[in-house]
Design a protein around this ligand. Structure first.
Ligand SMILES: [Zn+2]
Length: 204
């Protein structure tokens, strides 16, 4: 599986990343903490672009249990999806060495999962990734337009925040029960999200 090094330029949002991020939010009950940002890795010297700058990285936040499961899912399906890097809870996993190693970067990543995908996945041309995304019950996330994906991430994030409180201060302590996770998932109606985005598009 390809590990694509980051280049010197910002590249904008990538459709595969946006679809995968929306799907991760929905299926793993996580909040969208951002994908594309034209920036350098904080503390890098000489300055090095973040995968976020190429639209190939996503950040996901939530309570410890869903975050742990989300990180394990991304590593467990790295080959088929095209995941090349996962950083979570002071550890980093890369497709080039296929194991969790100690992460010593400035941000310990205890408040969110960071993950990056290769260019093939970012361009949404990994067949297996499409299969994983299409496995979502209801309307496949891959069929969503960019506007609908944005709407989906907003709805999932709002739903999770409503149930869990402020995600910025939740790293320790509060248990997440299976019934909560199921309730949060049920609260997200894919068709409603799609319709809402369509209406917004028609009006705008
Ligand atoms: Zn990140």
């Amino acid at each position: 599986m390809m590990f694509d090094e980051v280049g010197p330029d910002c590249a904008g949002e990538q459709p595969g990343m946006e679809a995968l991020q929306a799907w991760m939010c929905l299926e793993h009950t996580l909040a969208d903490s951002g994908t594309y940002v034209c920036k350098y890795i904080s503390g890098s010297d000489p300055p090095k672009r973040s995968f976020h700058a190429e639209g190939r990285a996503g950040d996901l936040s939530g309570y410890p249990l869903p975050m742990s499961r989300g990180a394990l899912f991304l590593v467990g399906h790295a080959e088929e999806i095209g995941v090349q890097e996962v950083i979570y809870d002071r550890r980093i996993w890369r497709s080039t060495y296929q194991e969790w190693r100690k992460f010593t970067g400035k941000d310990p990543h205890t408040s969110h999962i960071h993950y990056a995908i290769n260019w093939q996945a970012a361009r949404r041309s990994t067949e297996a990734m499409l299969a994983v995304l299409a496995a979502t019950k209801g309307r496949p996330v891959t069929q969503f337009s960019p506007e609908q994906l944005t709407q989906l991430k907003l709805v999932v994030t709002a739903t999770i925040r409503e149930h869990m409180g402020d995600l910025g201060h939740t790293s320790a302590g509060k248990p997440v029960t299976p019934s909560f996770v199921n309730a949060a998932r049920r609260a997200v109606d894919l068709e409603r999200v799609a319709r809402k985005a369509d209406v917004g598009k028609a009006e705008g």
